[in-house]
Design a binder for this molecule. Structure first.
Ligand code: GLN
Length: 387
């Protein structure tokens, strides 16, 4: 038997791939993994096609095309009044997951503690462990999933090297208010910790809510690594274009990781994203309004069927709490049952926990056409009664 890297050898296949495979096997509607079922903005896709046909198709610069790095800096200046130097503070990666991996591996050394909040996105912990870091898990509680002084006081210590914070939070669909960000910022400064911020859902916020990047909170500018994703911003999840923004000394080391993970990213798609980031505010506000409408459609439909829905403030997801329904099954059993019996795939939220899991909450993706949502609801009409 060949001995292999234990961090990865013992991992399950990611829940998103598992549920998408079950959806394919069962010919089910996939409300699991988060991706829209429309083709995405045509002008941005045309810009990519044009760049493939008429543009540059060889290795672009390792840090990303200057056009895109400038567009990212201009975009954050416009939306958040954040001043970034495109050349020393912005890097393009092959998706948000790579951006996070580059950030974690650039900061964490053996023995360092890294604070993570449960529910926790499944890529964080293995990469922290690969770096020799020790995750300190802080449990957020439904239905509000907010931060508290007490939970941070228990988690932070002189061993804390970094905190990994996802806002808006997948799968809980919370957009954190300034108060929580200021609290977290205060602890990062007191304990001299780096904040690695997974903000890939930054534009997907509803009901007039504002996403506040942690890097803009006073005292955080030089200790925050901000991660974004064009796939989420433009509903083109397969493009895998991510960004890392951080002060030069932090970005410099993240770039050393990136150079040996993927080195660079398709230049034609980078060109199209640079074009997209410059679109007028209307595009972003319309996208939010359209997704909020889909959220409302799925929320109303599920509520009509008797499911208690925890309303989404952002992301592509809403969650349903099964506990009052008396189904006598876990979220995972429920998800396996509905994909087999009702041909609808969803994600069990317990997959976002390593210990003390909440096992009664299920995540549904609403970033779908009305007809897709309506058919899924029809199929689920009887799911609340076990047969
Ligand atoms: N972020 C996506 C989700 O939460 C999944 C991405 C992936 O499968 N790697 O559904």
């Amino acid at each position: 038997m060949i001995s292999q890297n234990k961090v990865f050898a013992d991992l399950p296949v990611t829940i998103f791939e598992q549920m998408s495979q079950l959806a394919r096997d069962n010919n089910a509607i996939n409300l699991g993994q988060g991706f829209p079922d429309d083709p995405g903005p045509e002008d941005i896709r045309r810009a990519a096609a044009d760049a493939v046909l008429n543009g540059y198709n060889q290795y672009p610069s390792m840090m990303g095309l200057p056009e895109l790095r400038q567009a990212i800096a201009a975009h954050y200046k416009h939306w958040h009044k954040l001043d970034l130097d495109p050349m020393s503070e912005v890097m393009v990666t092959s998706g948000g997951t790579e951006a996070l991996t580059s950030a974690i591996l650039s900061v964490v050394e053996p023995g360092d503690e890294v604070i993570c909040f449960q529910p926790v996105y499944d890529s964080y912990l293995p990469i922290i462990r690969q770096a020799g870091g020790i995750p300190r898990l802080v449990r957020l509680e439904p239905p509000h999933w907010r931060l508290s002084e007490e939970m941070l006081r228990q988690a932070f210590s002189p061993k804390t090297k970094a905190v990994l914070f996802n806002n808006p939070l997948n799968p809980a669909a919370v957009v954190y208010p300034r108060e929580d960000l200021e609290l977290l910022a205060r602890f990062c400064q007191e304990f001299d910790a780096v904040a690695i911020c997974d903000e890939v859902w930054e534009h997907v916020v509803f009901d007039g809510r504002e996403h506040i990047p942690l890097i803009t909170i006073p005292g955080m500018r030089d200790r925050t690594i901000k991660v974004g994703s064009a796939g989420k911003i433009f509903s083109l999840t397969g493009w895998k274009i991510g960004f890392v923004c951080a002060a030069p000394q932090l970005l410099r080391v993240a770039a050393k990781v990136h150079q040996f993970l993927t080195f660079t990213t398709a230049p034609n798609l980078q060109m199209a994203v640079a074009y997209g980031l410059g679109k007028s505010d209307d595009y972003f506000l319309d996208m939010r309004a359209e997704l909020a409408r889909s959220r409302d459609r799925l929320t109303a439909g599920l509520e009509r069927l008797g499911f208690p829905v925890l309303k989404a403030q952002g992301t592509y997801f809403l969650t349903v709490d099964l506990s009052p329904l008396g189904l006598n099954e876990t979220d995972e059993q429920f998800c396996r049952r509905i994909v087999h019996d009702y041909k609808v795939a969803a994600i069990p939220v317990s997959a976002f926990y390593e210990k003390d899991a909440v096992t009664s909450v299920v995540r549904f993706c609403f970033a779908k056409k009305d007809a897709t949502l309506d058919t899924a609801l029809e199929r689920l009409s009887d799911a609340i009664h076990r047969r």
